[in-house]
Design a protein around this ligand. Structure first.
Ligand code: ADP
Ligand code: ADP
Length: 233
């Protein structure tokens, strides 16, 4: 739940930049919400706050279970909800194989070696990388690396999956293929997702709901519900 969130940056000369104003957005279970808007409208800022890397200036962000994620300057408890983020350029560990990369988050969570391996394998398969478990990131194409990054994010079973322009660094052809892959993947995982892009077509193709932000300050200027089922778009 993003509840009347605003963010104002103040630089060292005391100049204020209102990046976001009065953002109200609740993502339901199994909902894929895309946020679109021009560069500088506050998309990254919003993601940073949702991921817990930055606190809002006003309003609050929390998970509906009642567990508050951010706000009020309090520190995050170890029981706080899990948010997995997939960035434009997935930061895979170059010295680790695909499988080991996907295992990473599970390792952090203290999952035992054998179980970790099994879970990681299933996610590698889910994103269509079966057979590439032992490959290293540099041996993969851009689209495959992005898939590995998504597998790594999904493997920890996050409460929220956040994707920040995950396809923007790919060439046009790979991008279209990956859009289709994302739809298939989403049908399998049905993970609560917040997806940021400046590409409205991509947003409409992928999401259940598209939230459009204005240039500056970023405000929600429109929310579109996409009614056609994904398979028919
Ligand atoms: P987007 O991701 O949509 O391109 P950003 O969230 O990066 O937008 O930025 C939104 C606005 O906030 C921009 O005007 C940007 O210059 C400003 N901004 C972002 N981060 C900072 C910061 N750390 N300090 C000052 N201004 C910032
Ligand atoms: P994007 O790729 O989303 O457009 P930017 O390149 O605008 O992001 O910003 C990259 C990073 O720099 C962001 O994390 C943002 O918070 C920060 N940033 C953006 N604008 C400013 C600014 N005016 N002052 C300080 N930091 C900024």
């Amino acid at each position: 739940v993003i509840d009347r969130v605003g963010k104002t940056f103040v630089d060292k000369n005391g100049r204020q930049t209102v990046a976001l104003e009065n953002i109200d957005l609740t993502i339901s279970e199994e909902e894929f919400v895309a946020i679109v808007g021009p560069s500088g409208c506050g998309k990254s800022t919003l993601l940073n706050m949702v991921a817990g890397l930055m606190s809002p200036t006003s309003g609050e962000i929390y998970f509906a279970s009642g567990e508050r994620e951010m706000g009020g300057g309090e520190s995050r408890a170890s029981t706080s909800p899990r948010v997995a983020v997939v960035f434009q350029e997935v930061a895979l560990f170059p010295w680790r194989t695909v499988l080991k990369n996907v295992e990473f988050g599970l390792e952090q969570l203290g999952v035992g070696r054998r179980e970790r391996r099994e879970i990681a394998k299933s996610y590698v398969e889910m994103v269509g990388l079966a057979g590439f478990e032992q490959s290293y990131p540099h041996q993969l194409s851009g689209g495959m690396r992005q898939r590995a990054g998504i597998a790594r994010a999904l493997a920890i079973r996050p409460d929220l999956l956040v994707m920040d322009e995950p396809l923007s660094a790919l060439d046009a052809q790979t991008r279209v293929i990956m859009q289709e892959e994302l739809v298939k993947l989403w049908e399998k995982a049905r993970h609560k997702t917040l997806y940021v892009t400046h590409n409205i077509e991509e947003a409409v193709y992928l999401a259940d709901r598209v939230v459009v932000l204005s240039r500056r300050p970023g405000r929600i200027i429109r929310t579109l519900s996409i009614e056609l089922p994904r398979g028919a778009r």
